[in-house]
Design a protein around this ligand. Structure first.
Ligand SMILES: CCCCCCCCCC/C=C\CCCCCCCCCC(=O)SCCNC(=O)CCNC(=O)[C@H](O)C(C)(C)COP(=O)(O)OP(=O)(O)OC[C@H]1O[C@@H](n2cnc3c(N)ncnc32)[C@H](O)[C@@H]1OP(=O)(O)O
Ligand SMILES: Cc1cc2nc3c(=O)[nH]c(=O)nc-3n(C[C@H](O)[C@H](O)[C@H](O)COP(=O)(O)OP(=O)(O)OC[C@H]3O[C@@H](n4cnc5c(N)ncnc54)[C@H](O)[C@@H]3O)c2cc1C
Length: 701
C-alpha cells in the first residue's frame, strides 16, 4: 500500500473514532451511558502534524523571539493553565457583579503569585496575558505607572513609584471625558492654581467635563493621573497630568468632592465587562502643588510657569508606550483566532465524499485558504513588526531619558500608524475567523465571540484608528514638504529616493518574479511614495493648508495605510535577513512573508494600478503566485499555529482544541449550560403552557 493509501486509512480511522465518540456522547445523554468513554487522549490532528515541513520546536522559538523568551512565556502559560483559580469557562454567563468580583479575585491571586514566586516584571506581563481577563491592574501597570515614569520629576518618581509598584495605591489614567476623547486639547476639567494655599483646585465645570471611560476608575482605583487644563493667574496653560487621590485608603469611600462610579455594561458577555471603566467628577477638590506631573512644565510656589527643555508632546508619551504594547498584542489576538479557525478547518468536513470515503476537510477549499492563510501570515507579520516597534520604543525611551527628543515624532507616527493598522486588521480578522468556523464559530464555546468583543475596542481606545492615521498623514505631508532640504530618515528614508520611485515601474514578468524581496519592497515603496506625493500636490492647491487637509483627509488616510503596510512588509523581510535556526523554519517564514505582501498587493491592487506602478498583467501574476503560495502553506498550516504554543486554557475554545476532539466536547459543553439543568424551562408554566392550552375562538386561526 502506498503512502497516500495509508494516509487515507488513518484519516478514515480518525473519522470513525470521532463519529464513535459522538455516538457515545449521544447515547450518554439519551441512554445514561458514561460520557468519559469518548476518545480522550486521541490526537485527531496527528495526520496534519505529520505533514509539517519544518521543525516546530524551532519555529516556537522564532515566534517567541529567543529561547529565553519562549521558556519564560511557556512557564507562565502553564502556571496559569494548571491553576484552577484562573478557570474562565463560566465567565460569559456571570452577571456583572459576580463578574467583577471574579476578576478582582483573579487579579489578587495573580498578584499573590507575583509576590510569592518573586516574578520579574516581564514574567508578570506574561502572567497577565495568560490570565486573559482585562482588569484594573492593566491600567495601573500599563498607564498609571508609565505616566508617572514619563512625566514625573525625579522627586515625584521617588515618592509615588514605590507606593504604586508595591500596589499600596492603585492608579488609573483619567484623560477622556464625556465630551472629548480624541481632542485632548478640548478637555474641560480644570486644575486652577491657588497661590494662597499652594494647591491646585480640581474641578469639573460642566457635565461633558466628567471623566468617562478610564479603566480601573469605576470601582478599584485609589488614585488617578487626571488630565486637566492648567489655569494659573486666570490664564490657560495647556493640558497637564495631575496625581489625584480619589478614594480613602482606609475604607475605599470616595474622598470629599469626588463623585465616582462605573459607566455601565459594554459590548458582549464577559469580554471587557470585567473592567470597571469609570465616571469621575470633581467639586473643587484640592491637591498639593507638587502633585502636578512637572517634567514638561513646572508651576512655582509663586505661581510662575517654567518650561523645561522637554517638548510639550511628552505629555502624550504614555500613549506612545501603550500603542506600542497594543501592536504586540494584536499579533497575540489574531494568532489566537487563527489558531482556532485553522485547527477547526482541518477537523471540519463538508461535501466531496467519493465512494463512501471521507468528505473534504474545509481547509482544502481554495476559498477557505484564501481567507485563512493571509490571516495566518498577518499574525506572523504583526509579531515581527511588534518586535521591531518594541526595539524602536526602547531606543526612544533611552534617548528621552538623556533629553534627546529627535526621534519622538517618528516614534509617534510609527506607534500611531501601526496601532491603527494592526488593530483594525485584527478586529476584522477575528470576525473572519468566526465565519471560517461556520455556525459553530458563533457559539460562545468556540472562544471567538468573546475574543471579538474583548478585542474590538482596541480600534478606539488609545486613539481612534482614523484619528491616528491622520496623525501619520501629518507626519508624511511634513516629510514630503521638506524633501528639498531635509534628508528623510528611519521609516521614511525611502522618500529620499522619491524621484526614482515615481519614475521606475515594476519589472516583474512572471509569477516567479514576485518571489523577490527587492521587487516586493520596491512595489510597496513606490505605491506609498506616489500616494503621499499625490496628496502633497493636491494639498498645495489649497490656500489654507488646514482646509486642504480636512478636504483630502480620506485620501490622506489611504496614503497613511500604504506607508504603514510598507513598514510591516519591510520589517518582515528584514527579519528574514537574520539568522533563523531550525530545519525549514526560514523557508516557511519566507512563504508567509510573500503571502502577506502579495495578499496586500492583491487586495489593494487599485492603488498599485492607479499610481501607475503596476500593469494589470503584473497584478494578475502576483495573484497567480499567491495561489501557489497557499498550496505551500497548506501542509504546514496546523504546525504553524501549533508554533504559537498556546495552551487550551488560553485559547478557551472547543473548536481550537489541540487534540481536535471537537464534536464530543461541543456536545458535552451544551449539557453544561444552565438552561439544561432541567428539562422543563423556568417560565414554561406561566408563559408557554397557557398558549398551548388556549381555546381559539376565531375560525380563521
Ligand atoms: C495580575 C497582576 C498583573 C500585574 C502585571 C500587569 C502588567 C500589565 C501590563 C499591561 C501593559 C499594557 C496594557 C495596557 C492596557 C491598555 C488598555 C487600553 C486602555 C486604553 C486607555 C486609553 O484609551 S487612554 C486615552 C487615549 N486617548 C487618546 O489616544 C487620544 C487620541 N488623541 C491624541 O492622541 C491627540 O489629541 C491628537 C494627537 C489626536 C491631537 O492632539 P493635539 O491637538 O494636541 O495635537 P496636534 O495634532 O496639534 O499635534 C501637536 C503635535 O504633537 C504631535 N503629537 C501628537 N501626539 C503625539 C504623541 N503621542 N507623541 C508625540 N508627539 C505627538 C503631533 O504630531 C504634532 O506634532 P507637529 O506636527 O510636529 O507639531
Ligand atoms: C474600552 C475602552 C477603554 C478605554 N479606556 C480609557 C482609559 O483608561 N483612559 C482614558 O482616558 N480613556 C479611555 N478610553 C477612551 C478612549 O481613549 C477614547 O474613546 C478614544 O480616544 C476615542 O475618542 P472618542 O471617544 O472621543 O471618539 P470620537 O473622537 O468622538 O470619535 C467618533 C468618530 O469621530 C471620528 N473623528 C473624530 N475626530 C476626527 C477628526 N479629527 N477627523 C476625522 N474623524 C474624526 C472618529 O474617527 C470616530 O469615527 C477607553 C475607551 C474604550 C472604548
Amino acid at each position: 500500500m502506498g503512502l497516500s493509501g495509508i494516509s487515507l486509512l488513518t484519516t478514515t480511522y480518525s473519522l470513525i473514532l470521532q463519529h464513535q465518540s459522538l455516538l457515545l456522547c449521544l447515547r450518554a445523554k439519551g441512554f445514561g451511558l458514561d460520557l468519559k468513554k469518548d476518545m480522550e487522549g486521541v490526537d485527531y490532528l496527528s495526520d496534519e502534524r505529520k505533514k509539517a515541513q519544518f521543525d516546530v520546536e524551532a519555529m516556537k522559538i522564532a515566534w517567541a523571539g529567543s529561547l529565553e523568551a519562549f521558556q519564560l512565556s511557556d512557564r507562565m502559560a502553564k502556571l496559569v493553565a494548571n491553576d484552577p483559580a484562573f478557570e474562565k469557562f463560566t465567565r460569559p454567563m456571570l452577571g456583572r457583579k459576580e463578574l467583577i468580583k471574579n476578576t478582582l479575585r483573579k487579579a489578587a491571586h495573580g498578584w499573590k503569585l507575583i509576590v510569592d514566586l518573586r516574578l520579574t516584571e516581564e514574567e508578570a506581563k506574561w502572567l497577565r496575558l495568560y490570565i486573559d481577563e482585562p482588569a484594573y491592574t492593566d491600567l495601573h501597570w500599563g498607564m498609571f505607572i508609565p505616566a508617572i515614569e514619563g512625566q514625573g520629576t525625579e522627586e515625584q518618581k521617588k515618592k509615588w513609584l514605590p507606593l504604586a509598584k508595591k500596589m499600596q495605591i492603585i492608579g488609573c489614567y483619567a484623560q477622556t471625558e464625556l465630551g472629548h476623547g480624541s481632542n485632548v486639547q478640548g478637555l474641560e476639567t480644570t486644575a486652577t492654581f491657588d497661590p494662597q494655599t499652594d494647591e491646585f483646585i480640581m474641578h469639573s465645570p460642566t457635565l461633558t467635563s466628567s471623566k468617562w471611560w478610564p479603566g480601573g476608575l469605576g470601582k478599584a482605583s485609589t488614585h488617578a493621573v487626571v488630565y486637566a487644563r492648567l489655569i494659573v493667574g486666570g490664564e490657560f496653560h495647556g493640558v497637564h497630568g495631575f496625581i489625584v487621590q480619589l478614594r480613602s485608603l482606609d475604607d475605599h469611600s470616595p474622598l470629599p468632592g469626588v463623585t465616582v462610579g462605573d459607566i455601565g455594561m459594554k459590548f458582549g458577555n464577559g469580554a471587557y465587562n470585567t473592567m470597571d471603566n469609570g465616571v469621575l467628577r470633581f467639586d473643587h477638590v484640592r491637591i498639593p502643588r507638587d502633585q502636578m506631573l512637572m517634567r514638561v512644565s513646572q508651576v512655582t510656589r509663586e505661581g510662575k510657569i517654567m518650561q523645561s527643555d522637554v517638548p510639550r508632546q511628552l505629555i502624550y508619551g504614555t500613549m506612545v508606550y501603550v500603542r506600542q504594547t497594543i501592536v504586540a498584542d494584536a499579533s497575540k489576538a489574531l494568532s489566537r483566532a487563527v489558531c482556532i479557525a485553522t485547527r477547526y478547518s482541518a477537523i471540519r468536513r463538508q461535501f466531496g465524499s467519493r465512494n463512501g470515503g471521507p468528505e473534504t476537510q474545509v481547509i482544502d477549499y481554495k476559498t477557505q485558504q484564501s481567507r485563512l492563510f493571509p490571516l495566518l501570515a498577518s499574525a506572523y507579520a504583526f509579531r515581527f513588526v511588534g518586535e521591531w516597534l518594541k526595539w524602536l520604543y526602547t531606543d526612544v525611551k533611552e534617548r528621552l531619558a538623556a533629553n534627546d527628543f529627535s526621534t519622538l515624532p517618528e516614534a509617534h507616527a510609527c506607534t500611531a500608524g501601526l496601532k491603527s493598522l494592526t488593530t483594525s486588521f485584527t478586529a476584522d480578522g477575528i470576525e473572519e475567523c468566526r465565519k471560517l468556523c461556520g455556525g459553530h464559530g458563533y457559539l460562545v464555546s468556540s472562544g471567538l465571540p468573546e475574543l471579538f468583543a474583548v478585542y474590538i475596542p482596541a480600534c478606539t481606545y488609545e486613539g481612534d484608528n482614523v484619528v491616528l492615521l491622520l496623525q501619520v498623514a501629518r507626519f508624511l505631508v511634513k516629510t514630503v514638504s521638506e524633501l528639498g532640504y531635509k534628508k528623510p530618515v528611519g521609516t521614511t528614508a525611502y522618500m529620499g529616493r522619491v524621484a526614482s520611485l515615481m519614475q521606475n515601474n515594476c519589472a516583474v514578468q512572471t509569477a516567479e518574479g514576485w518571489l523577490n524581496p527587492g521587487a516586493v519592497v520596491e512595489a510597496f515603496e513606490s505605491r506609498a511614495a506616489r500616494m503621499a506625493v499625490r496628496c502633497g500636490q493636491q494639498l498645495a492647491k489649497y490656500e489654507n493648508p488646514e482646509e486642504g487637509f480636512a478636504e483630502l483627509s480620506a485620501d490622506l488616510v489611504e496614503a497613511s495605510i500604504a506607508h504603514c503596510q510598507l513598514i510591516v512588509v519591510s520589517k518582515f523581510i528584514e527579519k528574514l535577513q537574520q539568522d533563523i535556526p531550525g530545519k525549514g523554519v526560514k523557508q516557511t517564514l519566507e512563504v508567509l512573508c510573500y503571502v502577506y505582501a502579495l495578499f496586500l498587493l492583491h487586495k489593494h491592487q487599485g492603488d498599485f494600478l492607479a499610481t501607475g506602478y503596476l500593469t494589470p498583467k503584473q497584478a494578475s501574476l502576483a495573484n497567480d503566485q499567491l495561489r501557489t503560495l497557499y498550496s505551500k502553506v497548506r501542509p504546514n498550516a496546523i504546525t504553524l499555529v501549533d508554533s504559537f504554543n498556546y495552551t487550551d486554557h488560553y485559547l478557551g475554545s472547543i473548536l481550537g482544541r489541540y487534540d481536535g476532539n471537537v464534536y464530543p466536547k461541543l456536545y458535552e459543553a451544551a449539557w453544561k449550560d444552565p438552561l439544561n439543568d432541567s428539562d422543563v424551562v423556568d417560565g414554561f408554566y406561566e408563559y408557554v403552557q397557557p398558549i398551548l392550552k388556549q381555546k381559539l375562538r376565531t375560525a380563521k386561526l
